[in-house]
Design a protein around this ligand. Structure first.
Ligand SMILES: NC(=O)c1ccc[n+]([C@@H]2O[C@H](COP(=O)([O-])OP(=O)(O)OC[C@H]3O[C@@H](n4cnc5c(N)ncnc54)[C@H](O)[C@@H]3O)[C@@H](O)[C@H]2O)c1
Length: 364
């Protein structure tokens, strides 16, 4: 992990929900350095934590409380002892495809999990100075597109009919970068809808109490520490495991789906900046590498790394997946003084290097 620097003076207590997960572990050392006390609340969800044990990637100085954020009793237990100055709210169900069939599970964890946290803070009279929320690019759905005459429109969700006919893009139009000040939310997955609800619940509550909010809309995060067992997330680690086993990586649609892959190190520095920066704006901030790659390109780099056969296009599709997504990161530079530092090639090298050190990793 690259060095992550906190901004401003940030002593006090930080409470991190979902802090034993991929992103939580990656920020834990920097938080231990920046704050006097780091308390993590996580239920060690079995889909992510196969062993049910404290992850070794979680910094030693972080206190782990095993508890479910959706239960009021968790907050009574935690907040009897902890008075957070900053809360970083990461706990969530994160499966985009899975959320279509398990919508209640996603709604409960993501929406009720947020409202229970806020109710707990209220009940115990322990309002923090700031709450940082890890939101998602999924709140934009297909985002805004531009017609050939330059006018912007919202194409909405691609229909099953379009997808069955392999009509992947919207005709005579081009996608645009996701930028909170210019592109309105329009989720096309249940997951995206619950992440948007999280933002709205938090903003309405925090504005009423004068609590600062930093809402970070993350693009596709990948890198060392990513789950190698969760079948519903983490396309990059899945591709690595396929290539490792000598398979040709299958590409959905026509392989030209665009994504903004951002290395975990860059996401970690953005979240730490969000927790510690002196300047905040209430409006959401987009976090990504700032450029797109096609899934085909990412798969080719991975295949080359492992000496696997060329990837192949399958023409399959998945409901809830959007065609193109990438972030305009200018607000992050302006507000947080943050910039991404790693290219996709560097990131894949790091991910593959880390996978090679994992004891029980199985080819997919
Ligand atoms: N990884 C990405 O590509 C990405 C992209 C956009 C947004 N995000 C957001 O970032 C956050 C963290 O994502 P991650 O990649 O670290 O995911 P993760 O699944 O690795 O971590 C989530 C953590 O939350 C915990 N958790 C889940 N439900 C819980 C509950 N009810 N109570 C307590 N803990 C619970 C899990 O045990 C896990 O440790 C999520 O809010 C996610 O929506 C992630």
């Amino acid at each position: 992990m690259a060095t992550i620097e906190a901004q401003g003076s940030s002593r006090g207590t930080v409470l991190v929900t979902g802090g034993a997960g991929f992103i939580g572990c990656a920020i834990s050392s920097a938080l231990v350095d920046a704050f006097d006390r780091v308390v993590v609340v996580d239920n060690l969800h079995p889909q992510i934590h196969a062993s049910g044990e404290r992850p070794k990637e979680l910094a030693e100085g972080a206190e782990l409380v095993i508890g479910d954020v959706t239960e009021a009793a968790t907050w009574d237990r935690v907040l009897a002892d902890v008075a957070p100055d900053v809360v970083i709210h990461l706990a969530a169900e994160t499966g985009t495809g899975q959320s279509l069939e398990e919508s209640s599970r996603h709604a409960i964890a993501n929406v009720v999990g947020t409202s229970q946290l806020l109710d707990g803070l209220n009940r115990h009279g322990k309002l923090p100075r700031r709450i940082v929320l890890s939101s998602s690019r999924a709140i934009y759905g297909e985002g805004a597109w531009k017609r050939t005459d330059g006018t912007q429109f919202y194409p909405g969700q691609r229909t099953s009919e379009m997808l069955d006919q392999a009509q992947w893009d919207f005709s005579d139009a081009a996608p645009t970068a996701m930028r909170a000040s210019e592109v309105a939310p329009a989720p096309v997955s249940v997951y995206g809808a619950t992440k948007l609800a999280q933002e709205h619940v938090l903003q309405a509550w925090a504005k009423s109490y004068g609590v600062e909010t930093v809402i970070l809309r993350l693009q596709n995060v990948y890198g060392p520490g990513q789950s190698l067992i969760n079948p519903y997330t983490g396309i990059m680690s899945l591709f690595c495991r396929m290539a490792m086993g000598g398979k040709s990586i299958p590409l959905y649609e026509d392989g030209n789906v665009r994504r903004d892959f951002i290395l975990i190190d860059d996401v970690a520095s953005a979240i730490v900046a969000g927790a510690t920066s002196e300047k905040v704006v209430g409006e959401p901030i987009d976090i990504g590498s700032g450029e797109f790659q096609t899934i085909g390109t990412a798969a080719e780099i991975i295949a080359r790394h492992y000496g696997a056969p060329e990837p192949h296009v399958t023409g399959q599709y998945r409901q809830g997946d959007v065609r193109h997504a990438w972030a305009d990161v200018s607000a992050a530079k302006e507000v947080l003084g943050w910039e991404p530092r790693f290219s996709l090639g560097q990131g894949i090298e790091r991910l593959a290097g880390w996978i090679a050190t994992q004891p029980d990793v199985q080819p997919a």
